[in-house]
Design a protein around this ligand. Sequence first.
Ligand code: GLC
Length: 563
Amino acid sequence: MIDDLWYKNAVFYCLSVGSFMDADGDGCGDFKGLTRRLDYIHGLGITAIWLMPFQPSPGKDDGYDISDYYGVDPRYGTLGDFVEFTHGCHQRGIRVIIDLVVNHTSDQHAWFKDARSARDSRYRDWYVWSDKKPPNANKGMVFPGVQKSTWTHDTTSKSWFFHRFYDFQPDLNTSNPYVQAEILKIMGFWLQLGVSGFRMDAVPFVIATKGPKVNKPTEQYDMLRAFREFLQWRKGDAIILAEANVLPETDMEYFGSDGDRMQMMFNFHVNQNLFYALASGDVRPLAAAMKVTKPRPATAQWGLFLRNHDELDLGRLTEEQRQTVFAKFGPDKDMQLYDRGIRRRLAPMLGGDRRRLELAYSLMYTLPGTPVLRYGDEIAMGDDLTLPERNCARTPMQWSNEPRAGFTKSEKSKNPVIDKGPYGYNHVNVAKQRRDPNSMLNWTERMIRMRKEVPEIGWGDFTIIATRNPAVLAIRYDWRNNSVLFVHNLDEQPREVSFALGLDGKQGDHLINLLTEDHNRADAQGKHHLMLEAYAYRWYRVGGLDYLLRRSDIDSDTDAHPA
Ligand code: GLC
């Protein structure tokens, strides 16, 4: 049953507690600090926070190595602080989803310690073992170049254990019904403490068959339905946002053809093609990616993102396309990672060029789906390539030009703050941008406000309008007799385009610009002619002068059922 499809017109903000704000002065961000910053997040217009892992963890994979699913790492505070935080979010109408990392545990988890201690341990079968080294032990690594194998010898129990990720992250045997029951219990626990769902980590691996004899893992999609059912029995409006970088032909397996599996998935396919479009100025592969990921159940939704906490994975582009993106956005070996991606933040990738940044974010806000921002994007934070692997893009939030960016009062911070170069906290910080009406921060706030006022993107059906210009993407959305149009020029040169909107009669004659006074009227043949400057983005509402009247119908009704 559909209870409340809040995620259809939401704006997500992803952050890690440890890098956001340190209140107790120990150099590590904490829930108290984050709670103090909720008005900032609310002011940006964010409607949902995605919290990265904060449970007790040795912290060898930034918390994605959990050693206790039912607690808060003492560095970040207590369960009490967590509940104060979710309460603060609820007061402001912000929802919270948290990472659900159940493909593996930390090797320091009590279950694994017990499982390796004796072959007859009751937790033995919670993990994946082999007496001998499996022949495929050197295959299937997620972090090639850093991770050497997927099976590691355990000297205590004199056998081998499977780990899809690093060797300190033993895979859970997710086919075991006891493990499945425990996963539900973990979800139930956090739902009870006030979250609205989960960003489920590494979903294709969670549902894959695992074992020494498994050469080609098969996905057990039914598990997704079981997670979904439990979730909605407990809390009708809770969702799962799946991290599943899969081929478009399997998308419906994840969403479920009846919309009975994952409510949301990140659109990795669009993400990679979007970066190719930004690098090449050619939007055709992006348009193709949008079309091929279009089929989805009415209640399902894509999560749209630019950069996240991991590398920008370009693994699904062709070799030539990938090299185009590398050449443009990450030419040095040091900027690349795992033979497939770029580890930089967006602002340095785009040379700090405000026009290109606005273009990229404007695309993220207007492509089909729900936008997911990453903390620091709103002030165009940079990266620190001296830090290993993905840590370069996980530096503390830059609040002000006080020492250590106002992130902590301590002399040291958990991850070093960026204090040098054009992205150093002296230049790039919230306090400074707050005072400047033209800052990235204030631009972002305005764009989010407008994005929320255009529910057609999240709810409607889209059509790509032919502009006969490979650098220009024009998308029309229709929903409840309303239409909106977004036009982007990805080229560094100005472009002139003419197109017909393809609506009946005179319906599409007026284009009312939502961001400036630069409106447009069709010619006598019903064609629009636009002169687009380099990297231009235009947001239009389509229609005659009665559009304002029609707006008032939908404003109060954006969360209702689809028509
Ligand atoms: C996901 C996370 C990544 C983590 C990995 C292992 O891919 O996004 O950060 O390292 O899972 O949990």
